[in-house]
Design a protein around this ligand. Structure first.
Ligand code: ATP
Length: 856
């Protein structure tokens, strides 16, 4: 097997000039953009709905009967509705497009002799590409060197068993690296790649209908059927009363239009998309809109520790050996500190054991530390970087980059890494990893007097030291080595050199976020690959309840019942491998929990898929993990998950608010129309007026209601059960209450003014209904908190929508063109006074009621 290290000659990669020349010749590493959703398609969606077809039908009948004004009015409403729907959907579409752009994949290349991460789009043929486990291969590339490279080519071949590829063969764009790593030279990019699979590389945001959208769709359909039946009935009543055909059609149509909350689907789409945008601003990228919804119901967050709860900025603090201990000074990856023992500085040059430790630190690694001007730049796994920094502090000699012969890579399952390096007089096996696992392969231990057999008693002593270091919250890495004359690597008979203890401070804000989650009834469960004692120490420092720490091995030994009992308590999991995560999720889900699970590696993908909310790390995470996730954390921060949950809860609550609001508005119209028809009075609202209310004034107000900021209590309530209905039966009295009042009040105005003329009465009733609906919206801002507690200016968008829609209604009443379309006539101060007087209770009564209920 070849090495994954750079081969000489190729090491520098392309220069900036060569990249520019190749770019000019070959273009970008991208397929022609898949046609973005066109404006035309979005528009087409607006004009093909059942309602619109019904309207067009009615318009044609009106035209045939010579009622040009009616036909024109219906036409105008169709156009306005389409314009509004288009504007909203287009906005949603743009928001999703922006999200997609943020998910563009990256590639690691060597250019100008420097390893760097660039957008995969910028690759050119000739680029020196580094592939690592979890990467999506960004272009077709010839493998130059590899170590344990395994590729999943199922996107190309359908064959799901990973294949190995020796140097000389091609890694195809679009396939994924499931193991090992490689250095490769890009041969073909963009459309020129095999099968043009690069299209798969553009981050995708999938957007099947969410549960919410489906539930609302169902509601709309049910209402639609009821509406048709009622409309037919009302029309029949009208016909029996001897109305003209057009009037019968109009009556039926009014009824149908009044009953169905036409604005609802658009409002939900816009709210979800805006919600996804709001989450992205909080560093949480939503890959499925469904996640916005599910997040609000999350009851358990399973999170890894390193980098999510902690900074993943490791520094070696202590090194234990059987010959004595060392401490290291300095912070971060600036190697300006030093190594000391008993207060005296030590250098590798005059301390053979320290030199051997440094040999492993520098030789058994993929990390790199380089100086960029004043700053030190580190690339690679922070654990490895910390060890390299330690070696620099000990003034250790740099290893020969060409000495590497073979490697057994680190995986979360093996929890160790070994390399074979060429040397004189003998080759060397260098190993580092989790102490328990490295110890299993050691037969000797280095002491001041040379290597001696590792007796069970000595091994026990080493384990005790490892535990003691871990209890201080340190990550512990065992370092071991062996001389060999073979040229194949074998992790046996190693000599344990010592243990390094690395600190990794908790991230700022995480302790607060854990407390906030706890207050919201959301449990946080740490699942880490680290030592149980480290896990517990870090949990304690973060205020995370973890009375018991269960290891992966213990999980494996438990049956489902025992695991189920374990996950119910304050528990953390340590030394876990990705496979264990699946069982832990299943156990939690079986208890009815809604589980969010974080992950970053290839092997985490099944757990990410299985979890109710799969959460991938944006920085540390592999492309494979991101693909499997519902949510990607741009900052890898635990606190971001809690922020996203708060956002999810807000969305769900707001959706409930505007669904109730829209239905209450419709109920008012239906009550007015039904009672009106039963009373045999002239038609109280014309279909166009109802459309105006439902599609234009209500829709805009509802979107604004969807922007309502979170109520204080939202993160103090327990998570809602998954089955919580958006519209529980208990909300019916509220909807009917508002409907009865607004319906009967506008009917009363209509009846009262009827003697002064049908047009005046109808205009006043129509205007009254619009004003009532606008006034009621404030009651729906919260179902329990009065406005004075929420802050009257808390939702500026709602105030703007309120004012704008009232102004629009004034225009509808006094502006000639709209007067023609909506068949309105000017109304006077007396009518306005009547309307205002009847609207007042809608503002006052709900406030009083909520205030009184709070008092109780
Ligand atoms: P978490 O799941 O909290 O993020 P983790 O993912 O860092 O933890 P792993 O990466 O699986 O956990 O590491 C498990 C153990 O493997 C560590 O405790 C450490 O002892 C060892 N280890 C980690 N990184 C390396 C490495 N690069 N080389 C060798 N051993 C390592």
């Amino acid at each position: 097997m070849q090495t994954g290290r750079r081969t000489r000659g190729a090491a520098a990669g392309l220069t900036a000039a060569e990249v520019a020349a190749a770019r000019a010749a070959h273009g970008w590493n991208a397929l022609p953009e898949p046609p973005a959703v066109s404006a035309l398609a979005v528009l087409a969606r607006q004009v093909t709905g059942l309602l619109v077809l019904m309207l067009v039908g009615a318009g044609l009948i009106a035209l045939a009967l010579g009622e040009h004004i009616d036909a024109l009015a219906i036409g105008a409403v169709v156009v306005l509705n389409a314009a509004l729907g288009f504007a909203q959907e287009w906005k949603a579409e743009r928001a999703m497009l922006a999200l997609r752009a943020m998910m563009a994949p990256q590639a690691t290349v060597i250019r100008d002799g420097r390893e760097q991460a660039i957008p995969a789009r910028e690759l050119v043929p000739g680029d020196l590409l580094l592939l690592a486990e979890g990467d999506r291969v960004p272009a077709d590339a010839e493998i130059l060197a590899e170590a344990g490279l395994r590729l999943d080519e199922s996107v190309l071949t359908g064959e799901s068993v990973p294949v190995s590829k020796p140097p000389g063969e091609t890694a195809f764009g679009g396939t994924t690296v499931t193991g090992g790593h490689a250095e490769a030279r890009v041969t073909r990019i963009g459309a020129a790649t095999e099968f043009g699979q690069v299209a798969e590389l553009t981050g995708r945001v999938e957007r099947g209908p969410t549960t919410l959208q489906r539930a609302l769709g169902q509601l709309a359909r049910q209402l639609g059927w009821i509406a048709l039946a009622v409309a037919g009935l009302v029309a029949a009543m009208g016909a029996w009363r001897g109305l003209e055909t057009l009037q019968v059609v109009m009556l039926g149509l009014s009824m149908a239009v009044a009953m169905v909350p036409e604005g609802l689907p658009a409002v939900v789409t816009v709210t979800l998309a805006l919600g996804a945008g709001a989450m992205a601003r909080r560093n949480a990228l939503v890959r499925h809109l469904q996640a916005v919804e599910t997040l609000g119901a999350a009851s358990v967050i399973c999170t890894d520790k390193t980098g999510t709860l902690t900074e993943n900025a490791m520094t070696v603090r202590q090194v234990w050996t059987a010959a004595g201990s060392y401490t290291a000074t300095g912070r971060g990856h600036d190697p300006t500190g030093h190594v000391e023992t008993g207060g005296a500085k030590r250098r590798a040059g005059d301390d053979p054991l320290l030199a051997q430790l440094c040999e492993v630190a520098l030789g058994c690694t993929h990390a790199r530390l380089s100086r960029a001007g004043e700053r030190w730049e580190a690339l690679g796994d922070p654990t490895e970087v910390a060890l390299i920094v330690l070696a620099h502090k000990a003034w250790a000699a740099a290893p020969d980059p060409d000495a590497l012969m073979e490697e057994l890579p680190f995986t979360s399952e093996r929890k160790r890494m070994s390399v074979l390096v060429r040397g004189t007089p003998a080759n060397r096996v260098l190993t580092k990893g989790a102490p328990e696992l490295v110890l299993e392969h050691c037969s000797r231990i280095a002491t001041a007097g040379g290597a001696v057999p590792l007796t069970p008693a000595r091994a026990e002593e080493v384990r005790a030291v490892a535990t003691a270091l871990a209890e201080e919250g340190l990550r512990v890495i065992a370092l071991a080595a062996r001389d060999t004359d073979e040229d194949r690597i074998a992790e046996t008979d190693l000599t344990l050199l010592g243990l390094a203890g690395l600190i990794d401070p908790p991230r700022a804000g995480v302790a607060e976020a854990i407390a906030a989650a706890q207050a919201a009834g959301i449990r946080t469960v740490m699942i880490t690959g680290d030592h149980p004692a480290t896990a517990q120490a870090i949990a304690r420092s973060l205020g995370l309840p973890a009375e018991t720490v269960v290891t992966g091995a213990e999980v494996a030994a438990m049956d489902d019942a025992a695991l189920s009992a374990t996950v119910a308590g304050p528990v953390a999991f340590a030394r876990v491998s990705p496979g264990d995560k699946l069982r832990i999720i299943a156990a939690l889900q079986a208890r009815g929990e809604t589980v969010g699970m974080t992950g970053d590696g290839v092997n985490d993908a099944p757990a990410l898929r299985r979890a109710d909310i799969g959460i991938a790390m944006g920085i540390r995470g592999t492309e494979v993990a991101k693909d499997a996730a519902d949510l990607v954390l741009l900052d890898d921060n635990y606190a971001t998950i809690v922020g996203a949950i708060a956002e999810g809860r807000r969305q769900f609550d707001n959706t409930r608010k505007f669904v109730r609001y829209l239905l209450a508005s419709n109920a008012g119209e239906v009550v007015a129309l039904l009672v009106n028809t039963a009373m045999r009075a002239p038609l109280i609202f014309l279909p166009t007026q109802i459309l105006w209310m439902n599609l234009i004034t209500d829709g805009v107000t509802a979107v604004a209601l969807g922007l309502e900021p979170p109520e204080g209590a939202q993160m103090r309530d327990p998570p809602r059960p998954r089955a919580t209905r958006i519209l529980p039966l208990s909300s019916l009295p509220l909807i009917l209450g508002f409907g009865l009042y607004t319906g009967l009040a506008s009917l009363w105005i209509f009846e009262r003014l009827l003697p002064q003329g049908e047009d005046l009465a109808r205009t006043a009733a129509f205007t009254a209904m619009v004003v009532f609906e606008k006034a009621s919206v404030f009651a729906f801002r919260s179902l329990r908190t009065p406005g004075w507690r929420l802050g009257y200016l808390g939702n500026p968008a709602l105030l703007v929508a309120f004012a704008a829609m009232l102004a629009l209604q004034v225009v509808a009443v006094y502006w000639a063109p709209l007067q023609v379309l909506l068949q309105t006539v000017p109304i006077g101060w007396a009518e306005w006074g009547l309307i205002a007087g009847l609207a007042l209770p809608l503002l006052v009564v709900p406030e009083l009621w909520k205030t009184l209920r709070r008092g109780r």
